[in-house]
Design a protein around this ligand. Structure first.
Ligand SMILES: Cc1cc2nc3c(=O)[nH]c(=O)nc-3n(C[C@H](O)[C@H](O)[C@H](O)COP(=O)(O)OP(=O)(O)OC[C@H]3O[C@@H](n4cnc5c(N)ncnc54)[C@H](O)[C@@H]3O)c2cc1C
Length: 341
Protein backbone atom coordinates (compact mmCIF):
# COMPACT_ATOMS: atom_id res chain seq x y z
CA UNK A 1 0.00 0.00 0.00
CA UNK A 2 1.32 3.47 -0.87
CA UNK A 3 -0.31 6.85 -0.24
CA UNK A 4 0.77 10.47 -0.55
CA UNK A 5 -0.47 11.04 3.00
CA UNK A 6 -1.05 8.62 5.88
CA UNK A 7 -3.15 10.19 8.65
CA UNK A 8 -2.99 8.63 12.10
CA UNK A 9 -6.28 8.81 14.05
CA UNK A 10 -9.76 10.03 13.14
CA UNK A 11 -10.46 12.93 15.53
CA UNK A 12 -10.92 16.55 14.35
CA UNK A 13 -7.21 17.19 13.70
CA UNK A 14 -6.84 14.00 11.66
CA UNK A 15 -10.02 14.58 9.64
CA UNK A 16 -9.18 18.24 8.95
CA UNK A 17 -5.75 17.17 7.66
CA UNK A 18 -7.26 14.42 5.52
CA UNK A 19 -9.92 16.73 4.05
CA UNK A 20 -7.35 19.40 3.23
CA UNK A 21 -5.06 16.92 1.51
CA UNK A 22 -7.87 15.37 -0.54
CA UNK A 23 -9.04 18.82 -1.63
CA UNK A 24 -5.55 19.43 -2.99
CA UNK A 25 -5.80 16.13 -4.90
CA UNK A 26 -3.47 13.96 -2.80
CA UNK A 27 -4.17 10.29 -2.08
CA UNK A 28 -4.96 9.89 1.62
CA UNK A 29 -5.33 6.98 4.02
CA UNK A 30 -6.70 7.38 7.56
CA UNK A 31 -5.68 4.66 9.98
CA UNK A 32 -7.91 4.59 13.04
CA UNK A 33 -8.40 2.32 16.00
CA UNK A 34 -12.13 3.02 15.76
CA UNK A 35 -14.48 0.40 14.40
CA UNK A 36 -16.81 1.16 11.47
CA UNK A 37 -19.67 -0.25 13.55
CA UNK A 38 -19.10 2.52 16.10
CA UNK A 39 -20.79 4.93 13.71
CA UNK A 40 -24.24 3.48 14.33
CA UNK A 41 -23.76 3.70 18.08
CA UNK A 42 -22.71 7.33 17.75
CA UNK A 43 -26.19 8.20 16.56
CA UNK A 44 -27.73 6.47 19.57
CA UNK A 45 -27.71 7.62 23.18
CA UNK A 46 -26.89 11.16 22.11
CA UNK A 47 -28.50 12.76 25.15
CA UNK A 48 -26.41 10.74 27.54
CA UNK A 49 -22.97 11.88 26.47
CA UNK A 50 -21.28 14.95 27.97
CA UNK A 51 -21.00 17.73 25.43
CA UNK A 52 -17.99 19.89 24.57
CA UNK A 53 -18.20 23.64 24.00
CA UNK A 54 -17.18 25.61 20.96
CA UNK A 55 -17.23 29.42 21.01
CA UNK A 56 -19.35 31.23 18.51
CA UNK A 57 -16.49 32.95 16.74
CA UNK A 58 -15.37 29.48 15.71
CA UNK A 59 -18.21 29.55 13.17
CA UNK A 60 -16.12 31.32 10.52
CA UNK A 61 -13.25 28.88 10.88
CA UNK A 62 -15.58 25.91 10.79
CA UNK A 63 -17.18 27.16 7.58
CA UNK A 64 -13.74 27.93 6.14
CA UNK A 65 -12.66 24.37 6.79
CA UNK A 66 -15.86 23.20 5.12
CA UNK A 67 -16.91 21.08 8.10
CA UNK A 68 -20.07 23.15 8.73
CA UNK A 69 -22.57 20.31 8.06
CA UNK A 70 -20.91 18.05 10.67
CA UNK A 71 -20.90 20.90 13.19
CA UNK A 72 -24.56 21.79 12.57
CA UNK A 73 -25.67 18.18 12.98
CA UNK A 74 -23.64 17.59 16.16
CA UNK A 75 -24.58 20.74 18.05
CA UNK A 76 -27.16 20.22 20.73
CA UNK A 77 -27.54 23.59 22.37
CA UNK A 78 -26.03 27.00 22.71
CA UNK A 79 -25.12 29.41 25.49
CA UNK A 80 -25.26 33.19 25.45
CA UNK A 81 -22.26 33.65 27.69
CA UNK A 82 -20.22 32.33 30.57
CA UNK A 83 -21.11 33.23 34.15
CA UNK A 84 -17.93 33.02 36.14
CA UNK A 85 -18.09 32.85 39.95
CA UNK A 86 -16.06 35.56 41.66
CA UNK A 87 -15.44 37.26 38.31
CA UNK A 88 -12.60 34.82 37.49
CA UNK A 89 -11.37 35.05 33.94
CA UNK A 90 -11.64 31.84 31.95
CA UNK A 91 -8.90 32.20 29.34
CA UNK A 92 -10.74 30.56 26.46
CA UNK A 93 -14.22 31.62 27.40
CA UNK A 94 -14.04 34.46 29.92
CA UNK A 95 -14.48 38.22 29.76
CA UNK A 96 -11.33 38.62 27.70
CA UNK A 97 -12.30 35.93 25.22
CA UNK A 98 -15.32 35.05 23.15
CA UNK A 99 -18.31 34.07 25.24
CA UNK A 100 -21.23 32.85 23.19
CA UNK A 101 -20.97 29.28 22.08
CA UNK A 102 -22.44 25.89 21.30
CA UNK A 103 -22.44 22.52 22.97
CA UNK A 104 -21.58 19.72 20.59
CA UNK A 105 -21.66 15.96 20.79
CA UNK A 106 -18.06 15.05 20.04
CA UNK A 107 -18.65 11.41 19.17
CA UNK A 108 -21.23 12.38 16.60
CA UNK A 109 -19.10 15.25 15.28
CA UNK A 110 -16.08 12.95 14.84
CA UNK A 111 -18.24 10.32 13.19
CA UNK A 112 -19.67 12.84 10.71
CA UNK A 113 -16.22 14.26 9.96
CA UNK A 114 -14.98 10.79 9.12
CA UNK A 115 -17.99 10.21 6.88
CA UNK A 116 -17.17 13.50 5.10
CA UNK A 117 -13.60 12.27 4.57
CA UNK A 118 -14.82 9.00 3.07
CA UNK A 119 -17.28 10.91 0.88
CA UNK A 120 -14.33 12.92 -0.49
CA UNK A 121 -12.37 9.79 -1.39
CA UNK A 122 -10.20 9.29 1.70
CA UNK A 123 -9.50 5.58 2.30
CA UNK A 124 -9.98 4.45 5.90
CA UNK A 125 -8.42 1.48 7.64
CA UNK A 126 -10.61 0.77 10.67
CA UNK A 127 -9.67 -1.08 13.85
CA UNK A 128 -5.96 -0.67 13.27
CA UNK A 129 -3.66 0.97 15.76
CA UNK A 130 -0.44 2.46 14.44
CA UNK A 131 2.32 1.42 16.76
CA UNK A 132 5.53 2.16 14.87
CA UNK A 133 7.05 4.31 12.14
CA UNK A 134 9.05 3.01 9.20
CA UNK A 135 12.26 4.99 8.91
CA UNK A 136 14.80 5.24 6.10
CA UNK A 137 17.91 7.12 7.06
CA UNK A 138 16.62 10.09 9.05
CA UNK A 139 13.29 10.18 7.26
CA UNK A 140 9.89 8.68 8.15
CA UNK A 141 8.60 6.81 5.11
CA UNK A 142 5.59 4.98 6.50
CA UNK A 143 3.91 3.28 9.43
CA UNK A 144 3.38 -0.17 10.85
CA UNK A 145 0.09 -1.21 12.42
CA UNK A 146 -0.52 -3.44 15.42
CA UNK A 147 -1.67 -6.25 13.11
CA UNK A 148 1.66 -6.07 11.26
CA UNK A 149 0.57 -4.10 8.16
CA UNK A 150 3.32 -1.95 6.69
CA UNK A 151 2.06 1.11 4.81
CA UNK A 152 4.33 3.45 2.86
CA UNK A 153 3.60 7.15 2.41
CA UNK A 154 5.29 10.35 1.27
CA UNK A 155 4.24 12.06 4.51
CA UNK A 156 2.61 10.95 7.77
CA UNK A 157 0.32 13.29 9.75
CA UNK A 158 -0.12 12.41 13.42
CA UNK A 159 -3.58 13.21 14.83
CA UNK A 160 -3.56 10.61 17.62
CA UNK A 161 -4.63 13.14 20.25
CA UNK A 162 -3.76 13.08 23.91
CA UNK A 163 -2.13 9.62 23.66
CA UNK A 164 0.54 11.37 21.52
CA UNK A 165 1.66 8.19 19.83
CA UNK A 166 3.86 9.94 17.25
CA UNK A 167 5.94 12.06 19.61
CA UNK A 168 6.49 9.11 21.92
CA UNK A 169 7.60 6.72 19.20
CA UNK A 170 9.81 9.33 17.52
CA UNK A 171 11.50 9.99 20.87
CA UNK A 172 10.92 13.75 20.54
CA UNK A 173 11.67 15.94 23.53
CA UNK A 174 8.54 16.55 25.61
CA UNK A 175 8.20 19.83 27.51
CA UNK A 176 6.02 19.46 30.60
CA UNK A 177 4.57 22.88 31.40
CA UNK A 178 2.27 22.24 34.34
CA UNK A 179 1.90 19.99 37.33
CA UNK A 180 -0.29 16.93 36.74
CA UNK A 181 -3.90 17.93 36.12
CA UNK A 182 -6.78 15.53 36.15
CA UNK A 183 -9.91 16.34 34.21
CA UNK A 184 -13.13 14.41 34.52
CA UNK A 185 -16.41 14.90 32.80
CA UNK A 186 -19.98 13.62 32.81
CA UNK A 187 -23.61 14.44 32.24
CA UNK A 188 -26.45 14.47 34.75
CA UNK A 189 -29.53 16.34 35.90
CA UNK A 190 -29.18 19.84 37.32
CA UNK A 191 -30.29 20.60 40.82
CA UNK A 192 -30.44 24.21 41.92
CA UNK A 193 -31.09 27.41 40.08
CA UNK A 194 -28.94 27.24 37.01
CA UNK A 195 -30.42 28.59 33.83
CA UNK A 196 -29.99 26.82 30.54
CA UNK A 197 -28.70 29.16 27.86
CA UNK A 198 -25.68 30.06 30.00
CA UNK A 199 -22.48 28.19 30.87
CA UNK A 200 -20.93 28.42 34.33
CA UNK A 201 -17.28 28.44 35.36
CA UNK A 202 -16.71 27.90 39.09
CA UNK A 203 -13.11 28.12 40.34
CA UNK A 204 -12.25 25.99 43.38
CA UNK A 205 -9.16 25.87 45.55
CA UNK A 206 -8.05 22.70 43.81
CA UNK A 207 -9.17 23.58 40.27
CA UNK A 208 -12.49 24.42 38.64
CA UNK A 209 -15.91 23.17 37.54
CA UNK A 210 -17.58 23.90 34.19
CA UNK A 211 -21.34 23.48 33.88
CA UNK A 212 -23.25 23.60 30.61
CA UNK A 213 -26.97 23.16 31.39
CA UNK A 214 -29.30 22.34 28.53
CA UNK A 215 -32.97 23.14 28.07
CA UNK A 216 -34.14 19.60 28.92
CA UNK A 217 -32.63 19.79 32.45
CA UNK A 218 -29.51 17.78 31.61
CA UNK A 219 -26.16 19.35 32.27
CA UNK A 220 -22.74 18.45 30.88
CA UNK A 221 -20.04 19.08 33.43
CA UNK A 222 -16.24 19.04 33.45
CA UNK A 223 -13.98 19.37 36.47
CA UNK A 224 -10.23 19.88 36.83
CA UNK A 225 -8.02 19.33 39.81
CA UNK A 226 -4.35 20.22 40.24
CA UNK A 227 -3.86 17.67 42.94
CA UNK A 228 -3.83 13.93 42.82
CA UNK A 229 -7.28 12.95 43.96
CA UNK A 230 -8.58 9.48 44.51
CA UNK A 231 -12.20 10.40 43.97
CA UNK A 232 -13.78 11.93 40.93
CA UNK A 233 -16.94 13.41 42.34
CA UNK A 234 -19.53 15.12 40.18
CA UNK A 235 -20.18 18.76 41.05
CA UNK A 236 -22.55 19.46 43.95
CA UNK A 237 -24.97 21.03 41.46
CA UNK A 238 -25.58 17.65 39.79
CA UNK A 239 -27.98 15.04 41.08
CA UNK A 240 -25.75 12.02 41.77
CA UNK A 241 -28.40 9.44 40.93
CA UNK A 242 -28.72 10.85 37.46
CA UNK A 243 -25.10 10.34 36.41
CA UNK A 244 -25.07 8.55 33.14
CA UNK A 245 -21.48 8.82 31.98
CA UNK A 246 -18.13 9.67 33.44
CA UNK A 247 -14.53 9.63 32.08
CA UNK A 248 -11.18 10.77 33.44
CA UNK A 249 -8.28 12.24 31.44
CA UNK A 250 -4.70 13.33 32.07
CA UNK A 251 -4.46 16.93 30.88
CA UNK A 252 -0.99 17.87 32.10
CA UNK A 253 0.20 20.60 29.73
CA UNK A 254 2.81 19.14 27.40
CA UNK A 255 4.24 19.91 23.99
CA UNK A 256 6.79 18.17 21.78
CA UNK A 257 9.85 19.96 20.54
CA UNK A 258 9.83 20.10 17.61
CA UNK A 259 6.35 19.13 16.41
CA UNK A 260 7.56 17.80 13.06
CA UNK A 261 10.50 16.17 11.34
CA UNK A 262 11.26 14.95 7.83
CA UNK A 263 8.33 12.75 6.81
CA UNK A 264 6.03 13.41 9.78
CA UNK A 265 3.91 16.30 11.11
CA UNK A 266 2.17 16.34 14.51
CA UNK A 267 -1.08 18.32 14.92
CA UNK A 268 -3.85 18.88 17.48
CA UNK A 269 -3.37 17.30 20.90
CA UNK A 270 -0.80 14.90 19.41
CA UNK A 271 1.56 17.90 19.22
CA UNK A 272 0.57 19.81 22.35
CA UNK A 273 -1.97 19.35 25.16
CA UNK A 274 -3.51 22.02 27.40
CA UNK A 275 -6.48 21.61 29.72
CA UNK A 276 -10.02 22.47 28.58
CA UNK A 277 -9.97 25.90 30.31
CA UNK A 278 -7.68 26.98 27.44
CA UNK A 279 -10.84 26.75 25.33
CA UNK A 280 -11.22 25.81 21.69
CA UNK A 281 -9.36 22.47 21.82
CA UNK A 282 -11.54 21.20 18.99
CA UNK A 283 -11.04 24.32 16.94
CA UNK A 284 -7.29 24.17 17.50
CA UNK A 285 -7.31 20.54 16.34
CA UNK A 286 -9.22 21.47 13.17
CA UNK A 287 -6.98 24.43 12.37
CA UNK A 288 -3.67 22.73 13.03
CA UNK A 289 -4.78 19.64 11.09
CA UNK A 290 -5.71 21.86 8.15
CA UNK A 291 -2.35 23.67 8.27
CA UNK A 292 -0.49 20.33 8.57
CA UNK A 293 -2.20 19.14 5.37
CA UNK A 294 -1.19 22.36 3.62
CA UNK A 295 2.36 22.02 4.85
CA UNK A 296 2.73 18.53 3.35
CA UNK A 297 1.48 19.87 0.03
CA UNK A 298 3.88 22.81 0.07
CA UNK A 299 6.74 20.41 0.74
CA UNK A 300 5.69 18.21 -2.21
CA UNK A 301 5.67 21.30 -4.46
CA UNK A 302 9.07 22.57 -3.28
CA UNK A 303 11.01 19.68 -1.71
CA UNK A 304 14.16 21.81 -1.55
CA UNK A 305 12.37 24.08 0.98
CA UNK A 306 11.31 21.21 3.27
CA UNK A 307 13.54 22.09 6.25
CA UNK A 308 12.48 25.76 6.16
CA UNK A 309 8.77 24.90 5.89
CA UNK A 310 9.00 22.45 8.81
CA UNK A 311 10.77 25.03 10.95
CA UNK A 312 8.10 27.62 10.11
CA UNK A 313 5.29 25.21 11.15
CA UNK A 314 7.06 24.30 14.36
CA UNK A 315 7.45 27.98 15.32
CA UNK A 316 3.84 28.75 14.41
CA UNK A 317 2.49 25.87 16.48
CA UNK A 318 4.75 26.57 19.46
CA UNK A 319 3.94 30.29 19.55
CA UNK A 320 0.16 29.84 19.51
CA UNK A 321 0.43 27.09 22.11
CA UNK A 322 2.54 29.28 24.40
CA UNK A 323 0.18 32.25 24.01
CA UNK A 324 -2.64 30.08 25.38
CA UNK A 325 -0.44 28.59 28.09
CA UNK A 326 0.56 32.08 29.27
CA UNK A 327 -3.10 33.12 29.48
CA UNK A 328 -3.97 29.96 31.39
CA UNK A 329 -1.08 30.58 33.73
CA UNK A 330 -2.91 33.69 34.93
CA UNK A 331 -5.70 31.43 36.14
CA UNK A 332 -3.49 29.00 38.05
CA UNK A 333 -0.35 31.02 38.83
CA UNK A 334 1.99 28.19 37.83
CA UNK A 335 4.75 30.59 36.80
CA UNK A 336 5.42 29.05 33.44
CA UNK A 337 8.56 31.07 32.94
CA UNK A 338 10.46 28.60 35.09
CA UNK A 339 9.80 25.96 32.42
CA UNK A 340 10.40 27.63 29.10
CA UNK A 341 12.95 30.37 29.58
C1 LIG B 1 -12.91 16.34 29.72
C2 LIG B 1 -12.55 17.17 28.53
C3 LIG B 1 -13.37 18.20 28.16
C4 LIG B 1 -13.05 18.97 27.05
N1 LIG B 1 -13.88 19.99 26.71
C5 LIG B 1 -13.62 20.69 25.60
C6 LIG B 1 -14.52 21.71 25.20
O1 LIG B 1 -15.54 21.95 25.85
N2 LIG B 1 -14.24 22.40 24.07
C7 LIG B 1 -13.12 22.13 23.30
O2 LIG B 1 -12.93 22.78 22.26
N3 LIG B 1 -12.24 21.18 23.68
C8 LIG B 1 -12.47 20.44 24.79
N4 LIG B 1 -11.59 19.48 25.18
C9 LIG B 1 -10.37 19.28 24.37
C10 LIG B 1 -10.68 18.51 23.07
O3 LIG B 1 -11.44 17.34 23.38
C11 LIG B 1 -9.37 18.10 22.39
O4 LIG B 1 -8.52 19.20 22.33
C12 LIG B 1 -9.62 17.55 20.98
O5 LIG B 1 -10.36 16.36 21.02
C13 LIG B 1 -8.32 17.27 20.25
O6 LIG B 1 -8.60 16.70 19.00
P1 LIG B 1 -7.51 15.78 18.28
O7 LIG B 1 -8.01 15.50 16.92
O8 LIG B 1 -6.17 16.39 18.40
O9 LIG B 1 -7.45 14.41 19.14
P2 LIG B 1 -8.60 13.41 19.55
O10 LIG B 1 -9.93 14.00 19.45
O11 LIG B 1 -8.18 12.84 20.86
O12 LIG B 1 -8.51 12.25 18.45
C14 LIG B 1 -7.47 11.29 18.45
C15 LIG B 1 -7.86 10.12 17.53
O13 LIG B 1 -6.73 9.27 17.32
C16 LIG B 1 -7.10 7.92 17.53
N5 LIG B 1 -5.85 7.22 17.89
C17 LIG B 1 -5.11 7.40 19.02
N6 LIG B 1 -4.00 6.64 18.97
C18 LIG B 1 -4.04 5.97 17.80
C19 LIG B 1 -3.15 5.04 17.16
N7 LIG B 1 -2.00 4.67 17.73
N8 LIG B 1 -3.48 4.56 15.95
C20 LIG B 1 -4.65 4.95 15.34
N9 LIG B 1 -5.53 5.82 15.88
C21 LIG B 1 -5.21 6.34 17.09
C22 LIG B 1 -8.17 8.00 18.59
O14 LIG B 1 -8.97 6.84 18.60
C23 LIG B 1 -8.93 9.24 18.12
O15 LIG B 1 -9.82 8.92 17.08
C24 LIG B 1 -11.87 18.70 26.28
C25 LIG B 1 -11.03 17.65 26.68
C26 LIG B 1 -11.36 16.89 27.79
C27 LIG B 1 -10.47 15.75 28.18
Amino acid sequence: MFYDIIVMGSGPSACAAALRCRRIGLSVLIVTERSQKDSEEFYEGLCFRPKESICLDAGGVIAGLEVGPAFEAARSGSYLGVISAGGACVPGFGPKGPQKGFNIDRSLFDCLLLEMCMGKGVDVLFEEKIDAFVEQGRRITGVRTSSGKKIAGRYVIDGTGVGQMGGRRLGLKKLLLSPPFKVWTGIGAMKGNFESGWAYFIPRKTGWTWLAPEADGRCSWTRLSHFSLNSYDPPAQISVHSITHRSVFNRRWRIYRPVCKAGVILCGDAAGVLDPAAGQGVLNALETGHVAGDLAHRIFCKPEREAAYLEEYDKWFFNRYMQKAILLDQLYGINLKQYYE
